[in-house]
Design a protein around this ligand. Structure first.
Ligand code: FAD
Ligand code: NAP
Length: 528
């Protein structure tokens, strides 16, 4: 259950304290005595701090297992004053509004294609930012309500207050009016997530927005500069351009750090072809407001990362997407001795999500070294509750977590990037199969035949097992999900070859891959 292979292995009231050293340490800090006194004297069996993807899943599961549970969730307004309801980042300012706005952009592309398929329309086609945002926010409202309802149905106490540890096993909850209430619990889960980072340059907090503000922006952002080049930046830039706006992305170094380089560049190339301008190797120095308004006008001064060259340009909106800071400050973690990484600001945890303080756990974005994705947070939360309060010993498996970047042409992947695979397996032990492909839907529409791309990385040391899966094409998220399940089962190249495709689909290319990179054969595909 604990992976501890030495004795003694000390448990107190189902909490694993650890071996000899950690038990003495707990004794010295007074924690051991507290744990020994633990019983019904606490208000709750579990208090979860943070009502996002991970926290809600954990709280609901613990309640289903018969425990007395409370969730504290509080959204500090962004510097622009934006705030939202229950459900955390994904529901309010992440996956959900992002995917809906991506869909708005895809519909625009479909409208262009539709004439080629015989649709005729004479009215001028235009997009209303306000109507899109209203519809998206209405849907989010229904999700907020759904979360509140399901907490109530499961008997979880929901308190809309900010949580801060004041002493061992005791948390102070402060509501919007500043009223404070203390609660005690046997166990705590930190699931406080992250918030967008600012640059610390003149004018950024005053004049820039972040993804926290974009999805409920009451006016069309107009000519937009997106600063940053990772998931959030490229996805937002993609849908803003897709709904017809003039968009520039300012890239400090590379696109999509951490992803397969070849795929990342192809994502960027497609965006560039579809009207997104990239200003590479520049960082902003100052943002100055020229005109107030909705939107106003902002002058951006930026400098090259390679020399003294500077550029100036005027935008209506500047969207900062330069990473996110963990919500671990100002919550009293130091008062109970929970360790926080000096470099990342996240909470180091064991493979059972336990922090260095035995009765405190951390899940989701705030936990060190975990993929920062909603399904990961949700799974980790649910499994943690089952281990704490049920008979389960199942741990969350963080390997081969699939993901998709919802850029105008979606990029889905699972497993290793080509660079990681070469590092881990060495080039000579790898076989890379790849092909460009032309989705049938793109043929009549007259779209480029050599843009969509499929690639798998196979280990020669392990019967051709697929250790990396990459696809750039329509609905890449849908395609990747199924192959991720197959990879979990140990998918090999031979098994892919033995799988009969579904024709005509994009996913079928993976059943007929025969060109290897090492052969130097053309990756362009012939007709079916
Ligand atoms: P969160 O969902 O962030 O929830 C934490 C909650 O705790 C928040 O409500 C916060 O206000 C609250 N809180 C913080 N401190 C306190 C405190 N002291 N007391 C009380 N409450 C507190 N993931 C995907 O899988 N797919 C996607 O397509 C995707 N798109 C994304 C798009 C964007 C723009 C962003 C920003 C993220 C996206 N993600 C996506 C990532 C995903 O949203 C996160 O991984 C996920 O929400 C993490 O869940 P969590 O429970 O760890 O934290
Ligand atoms: P991120 O992955 O940390 O990327 C930060 C980006 O900002 C990088 O491109 C970085 O450039 C750039 N940057 C950092 N500091 C900068 C500075 N001072 N000036 C200019 N540029 C700067 O952050 P993120 O995009 O916010 O994503 C956070 C997490 O959310 C991701 O890890 C992901 O798990 C999750 N997410 C998931 C999805 C999805 O599943 N589709 C979508 C969105 C977010 P460098 O490369 O030069 O450092």
């Amino acid at each position: 259950m604990t992976d501890q292979r030495t004795v003694p292995s000390v448990f107190v009231n189902q909490v694993h304290v650890g071996g000899c050293d950690r038990t003495f340490q707990a004794h010295r800090s007074g924690l051991l005595q507290k744990l020994l006194q633990e019983g019904s004297q606490y208000d709750y069996d579990l208090v979860v701090i943070g009502g996002g993807s991970g926290g809600l899943a954990c709280a609901k599961e613990a309640a289903t297992l018969g425990r007395k549970v409370m969730v504290l969730d509080f959204v500090a307004p962004s510097p622009q004053g934006t705030s939202w309801g229950l459900g955390g980042t994904c529901v309010n300012v992440g996956c959900i509004p992002k995917k809906l706005m991506h869909q708005a952009a895809l519909l625009g592309q479909a409208l262009c294609d539709s004439r080629k398929f015989g649709w005729e329309y004479s009215q001028q086609v235009k997009h209303s930012w306000e109507r899109m945002t209203e519809a998206v926010q209405n849907h989010i409202g229904s999700l907020n309500w759904g979360h509140r309802l399901s907490l109530r149905e499961k008997g979880v106490a929901y308190v809309n207050s900010y949580g801060e540890f004041v002493e061992h096993h005791r948390i102070k909850a402060t509501n919007r009016k500043g009223q404070e209430t203390n609660y005690t619990a046997a166990k705590f889960v930190i699931a406080t997530g992250e918030r967008p980072r600012y640059l610390g340059i003149p004018g950024d907090r005053e004049h820039c927005i972040t993804s926290d503000d974009l999805f409920s922006l009451p006016y069309c952002p107009g000519r937009t500069l997106v600063v940053g080049a990772s998931y959030v930046a490229l996805e937002c830039a993609g849908f803003l351009a897709g709904v017809g706006l003039d968009v520039t992305v300012m890239v400090r170094s590379i696109l999509l750090r951490g992803f397969d380089r070849e795929m990342a560049e192809k994502v960027g190339a497609y965006m560039e072809q579809h009207g997104v301008r990239f200003l590479r190797k520049f960082v902003p120095l100052a943002i100055q407001q020229l005109e107030k308004g909705s939107p106003g006008k902002l002058k951006v001064l930026a400098q090259s990362t390679e020399g003294p060259e500077t550029v100036e340009d005027v935008f209506n909106t500047v969207l900062l997407a330069v990473g996110r800071d963990s919500c671990t400050k100002n919550m009293g973690l130091e008062k109970i001795g929970v360790e926080v990484s000096q470099t990342s600001g996240r909470v180091p945890v064991s493979d059972e999500e336990q922090t260095n303080v035995p009765y405190v756990y951390a899940i989701g974005d705030v936990a060190e070294g975990r993929p920062q994705l909603t399904p990961v947070a949700t799974r980790a939360g649910r499994l943690l509750a089952r281990r704490l309060f049920g008979a389960s010993t199942e741990k969350c498996d963080y390997t081969n977590v699939p993901t998709t970047v919802f850029t105008p042409l979606e990029y889905g992947c699972c497993g290793l990037s080509e660079e990681e695979a070469v590092e881990v397996y060495k080039k000579e032990n790898l076989e890379v199969y790849h092909t460009l492909f032309w989705p049938l839907e793109w043929t009549v529409a007259g779209r480029d035949p050599n843009t969509c791309y499929a690639k798998i990385l196979c280990s020669r040391l392990d019967r051709g097992r697929v250790i990396g899966f990459h696809v750039l094409g329509p609905s890449a998220g849908e395609v990747t999900q199924g192959f991720a399940a197959a990879m979990k089962c140990g998918l090999t190249k031979q098994q892919l070859d033995g799988t009969i495709g579904i024709h005509p689909t994009c996913g079928e290319v993976f059943t007929t891959l025969d060109a290897t990179k090492s052969s130097g054969l053309d990756a362009a595909q012939g007709a079916c």
